[in-house]
Design a protein around this ligand. Structure first.
Ligand code: GLU
Length: 340
């Protein structure tokens, strides 16, 4: 068994992490969660992810992230595919076109996640945690200035993985031991940026008490298994990236490059919510909006100097540059402007 101290002796900022830059085909992905139709914010992020891979001559995988059975809605899978196709995006592999990395639904890939969790257990990188939500709220550290939230304080971190056997009948999840320190990466949009998972959430969940894998583990397993080497996604996931880098390191998997596209906010400065129907792609489509018009507006918001008339995504490939994407959030233009 790996001594507990050894598993804690991981200082990611001191480990040289190599991301090969040359002689490789970029493999990007679009990874919608089927929890309601896509909105303009998703469209912008997916357009950037698509352009990033295509402008590098790369491949694109469509993966449906339906791991959270309580939130995933099967009808949203087809709706998301229809929304992306309406925008003019395509992909080389996906649930509707097949491919060598099938299946492309996370709900069908659970054995992979279980195998990864078993490896983390064998390495004592994870421990069983029996804390209830209320216990965690009581024991969590208060946020310090500049920190995002509370951190789990490691109440159950004294346990070894094998201790799970003596917990039968009790509900427990699996938490990943987060080392102290900052984790840096060279973000494709933001440049060098760091996160400190120990101060922002602490030891995080990789296996739920329901037995389901958690997002962080599923996404790392899938990206690695599918050969994804470029992850372009929304800014809302930026605090997940250092956690995922820790998982790549622990599992000995090659780390992709990451790019985080700034948030899209509504006119009140609030994050777009899927429940706000007016900015959903399906609503725009139903009201007769030309997708080329939407793509032109999104392209403009990403610093691509194109006419706002109408354009197809493939006409933007040549001009795409990460450097042009503004780092500030984009205030969405509301429904009316897409019909003009
Ligand atoms: N499925 C996630 C979402 O729709 C994206 C996950 C990721 O890109 O890593 O928010």
């Amino acid at each position: 068994m790996v001594p507990l101290a050894a598993s804690l002796n991981l200082n990611p900022s001191s480990i040289a992490r190599m991301i090969p830059q040359e002689n490789r085909t970029i493999v990007g992905r679009l990874a919608p969660s089927p929890t309601g139709g896509l909105h303009i914010g998703h469209a912008r992020t997916f357009l950037v992810a698509w352009l990033a891979a295509r402008s590098a001559g790369g491949r694109i995988i469509l993966r449906i992230e339906d791991i959270d059975a309580s939130r995933a809605r099967p009808e949203s899978i087809e709706a998301s595919i229809a929304d992306l196709r309406w925008l003019g995006l395509d992909w080389d592999e996906g649930p509707d076109v097949g491919g060598p990395n099938a299946p492309y639904l996370q709900s069908m890939r659970k054995l992979n996640y279980q195998a990864a969790l078993d490896r983390l257990k064998a390495q004592e990188r994870v421990y069983p945690c029996t804390c209830s939500r209320a216990e965690i709220a009581r024991a969590s550290s208060a946020p310090h200035p500049g920190e995002e939230g509370t951190s789990y304080l490691g109440t159950c971190a004294y346990r070894r993985a094998a201790d799970a056997e003596s917990l039968s009948g009790r509900s427990f999840c699996w938490r990943f031991r987060v080392p102290f320190g900052q984790i840096w990466w060279d973000d494709l949009v933001r440049g060098m940026i760091a996160g400190a998972p120990h101060a922002n959430g602490g030891d995080f969940i990789v296996g739920r008490s329901s037995g389901e894998p958690a997002y962080q583990l599923a996404v790392v397993c899938d990206d690695a298994a599918m050969g994804v080497n470029q992850v372009v996604r929304g800014d809302d996931l930026i605090s997940s990236t250092p956690r995922q880098i820790l998982l790549y390191l622990a599992l000995g998997l090659p780390e992709p490059e990451f790019g985080h596209v700034p948030l899209v906010l509504d006119a009140d400065g609030q994050r777009l919510a899927k429940r706000d129907g007016s900015i959903k792609l399906a609503a725009l489509r139903d009201s007769g909006v030309d997708p080329g018009r939407l793509v032109a507006i999104l392209a403009n918001s990403c610093g691509l100097a194109v006419s706002r008339e109408r354009i197809r995504p493939d006409a933007l490939i040549q001009a795409f540059l990460f450097e042009g994407i503004p780092k500030a959030p984009w205030i969405v233009e509301m429904a009316g402007s897409y019909n003009e």
